[in-house]
Design a protein around this ligand. Sequence first.
Ligand code: TLP
Length: 371
Amino acid sequence: MSYTVAKGNQLVDPDQVLPAEGFVDLRSDTVTRPSEEMRRAMAAAAVGDDVYGEDPTVNQLQKRAAEIFGKEAALFVPSGCMGNLISIKVWTHHGDEVICEQRAHVNLYELASMCAIAGCLPRAVRAGADGILTWEQVQSAIRPKIYYDSQTALVCLENSSNMAGGTVYPSARVHEICEQAHAAGLKVHMDGARIFNAAVALNEKVAHMTAKCDSVMFCLSKGLGAPVGSMIAGSRDFVEHARVYRKMFGGGMRQVGVLAAAGLIALEKSPGRLHEDHENAQYLAKGIAEVPGLKIDPASVRTNIVIFDCKDTGMDAVQFCDALHPRGIWAQDTATYSVRLVTHWNVDRAGVERALSEIRAVAQKQQSRSA
Ligand code: TLP
């Protein structure tokens, strides 16, 4: 196979991938690179064999994550996808249904692992434009308790909601869904890949936001800036089972304290600076809203994700992103006419100013071409 690296929707030759230096890379907050402090901590990390539970740095990270989330225990996992899959596997049996929002990462971007590996059927529900489910919407998707119907076992919520533009669940809504779901005999898993961004938007603690969720996954490797890794947290029993599935899925890692060391710094220090990313996202959204041909409501931008519509320029999102690329700006098409920009700690205000002026230039050039 000669094509391995994805750029937007296209596959590009790895030999031709341009170096990130000099680019304003707003495709995702997954592109963040570890800080000098993280690199130093990684080099100095105390390590042991984590499959034996003997890595002191991993143990410290797991303890801190559990404390911060107010859960009994936590587990370090290689990725957000694996954290979600493990959680789904713990809470379900083959043939069960999982309720999630239609645009949810577990529904669209995890290679149907909940079907292929956990043996579950996603029951996707379309929420409003904000991607935030109501209990009534969840309830309408619960299958009747009839022996020939597949049975609902789990509700997955995503906070912030990535493809709805980084929107945030009010905590009262999460609590209500959890209480009602529990009363209906269902578990609730929170895909909190960007839960710390949501916490900043709400000015609340993640422990409060997820207090009633049975499990939560969050990513160290997105806005928090660690190079690798996610965490799942829940009861001691949940984590015991999760550890078994992590191993089964090939995620048992050995002297992984070198990664946990960066994760600890990400967990302790990065949440305090996420507001800067949100301010940059607001700056972008307000600027884009003024560009003829581009549509976005800046009030809908709550966190670090900005999704705008480029339909009125006459370009589709792939064309728009391709036009930005030679100008040194990386953006991501997320639907036919939707372009996503994600702010993060490797792009400062000067970077977003540059991105905005190039976005303006691409839209204007297209307008004068079609005039
Ligand atoms: N999201 C990535 C892409 O896969 C779309 C991104 O660039 O936003 N949950 C949510 C809500 C996510 O946004 C992601 C990654 C994951 C789970 C998976 O995390 P990883 O990439 O660590 O497996």
